[in-house]
Write a protein that binds this ligand. Structure first.
Ligand code: C2E
Ligand code: MG
Ligand code: MG
Ligand code: MG
Length: 284
């Protein structure tokens, strides 16, 4: 009997594995069509000057409205896009759409910078720099209005390729940020040799700020290191006035998080810029 039961639970486990595999295949299939079916869109999350609250940048974040499952998080579908290689066409669409947004805003918000996330796989396409260049010139976007975000962990493998691509992008005038900083293992020596402008401190370091002396120390050290390398620092995931206060006292340059604003459709960003004169008030 025990044997039968064991077999049974194995069957259940097996079924569950099957379901997961099928679900994943379905998602992959649906993702292949998502672009053509216009299910992808961008939202934009403000990044502010931490001293004044002035909106200086927005980060473009991808959203997928699935016809039957509703909104699917990028943390779920970006890995699928990366594994299948779909990220190259999706990523190009994201870049184009971000440029198009700048184009639409035209002269009106001409100092606003858009951050665009880029996967390692995109950097390894032989014509990536060419695509970027072509898109910028087609939509008449100044390269300095775009900041490409690449995660620290993505930078770590095949550093030579990444560095050479970053150098080409930088010489075109684009800005570069290292995203999710602190989650990889970059050494200071190679950071100083990478052509980057900004470090974005990962949210996991911001969460315990003000509650845990050790994390405070680490964040303080990161900010000091960035300053000594001449890099800007943005903290992501700021949710409380306390976190903001600590970051201010440490001299962090820029902040992003629900305390200021959630990711918003382009129209809502424009409305915020209009009504607030671009200075965001903190939600208590
Ligand atoms: P990321 O680039 O580190 O983006 C920041 C994430 O933190 C976003 O999640 C944002 O909504 C979230 N966030 C911002 N402020 C707060 C806060 O105060 N509290 C909390 N809990 N979360 C906050 P989102 O939009 O779900 O994106 C997740 C990740 O998916 C991104 O992390 C990025 O790695 C990836 N992703 C999103 N869009 C793209 C894209 O167009 N291309 C690529 N390659 N990856 C993308
Ligand atoms: Mg990012
Ligand atoms: Mg990040
Ligand atoms: Mg992150």
């Amino acid at each position: 009997e025990a044997k039968a039961q064991g077999k049974n639970s194995f069957a259940i486990y097996d079924n569950r594995m099957n379901e997961l595999a099928v679900e994943r295949l379905e998602l992959e299939w649906d993702l292949r069509n998502a672009l053509d079916h216009k299910q992808l869109s961008l939202v934009f999350q403000p990044i502010v000057d931490i001293r004044t609250g002035k909106m200086l940048e927005v980060e473009a974040l991808l959203r997928w409205e699935h016809p039957t499952r509703g909104m699917i998080s990028p943390t779920l579908f970006i890995p699928i896009a990366e594994e299948t290689g779909l990220i190259c066409s999706i990523g190009l669409w994201v870049f184009r759409e971000a440029c198009y947004q700048l184009h639409r805003w035209g002269e009106q918000y001409k100092d606003l910078i858009i951050g665009v996330n880029v996967s390692a796989r995109q950097f390894h396409q032989p014509d990536f720099v060419q695509q970027v260049k072509r898109t910028l010139s087609e939509l008449r976007v100044e390269p300095c209005r775009i900041k490409l975000e690449i995660t620290e962990t993505a930078m770590l493998h095949d550093l030579d390729t990444i560095r050479s691509v970053l150098e080409q992008l930088r010489s075109l005038g684009l800005r570069i940020a290292i995203d999710d900083f602190g989650t990889g293992y970059s050494s200071i020596s190679y950071l100083s040799r990478l052509p980057v402008d900004t470090l974005k401190i990962d949210r996991s370091f911001i969460i315990p700020l003000g509650e845990d002396k050790r994390t405070d120390g680490v964040v303080k050290a990161m900010i000091a290191m960035a300053a000594s390398l001449g890099l800007q620092v943005t903290s992501e995931g700021i949710e409380t006035p306390q976190q903001l206060e600590v970051l201010r006292s440490m001299g962090c340059d820029r902040g992003q998080g629900y305390l200021f604003a959630r990711p918003l459709p382009a129209g809502a960003v424009a409305a915020l810029l209009e009504e607030s004169g671009s200075v965001l008030s903190v939600k208590a």
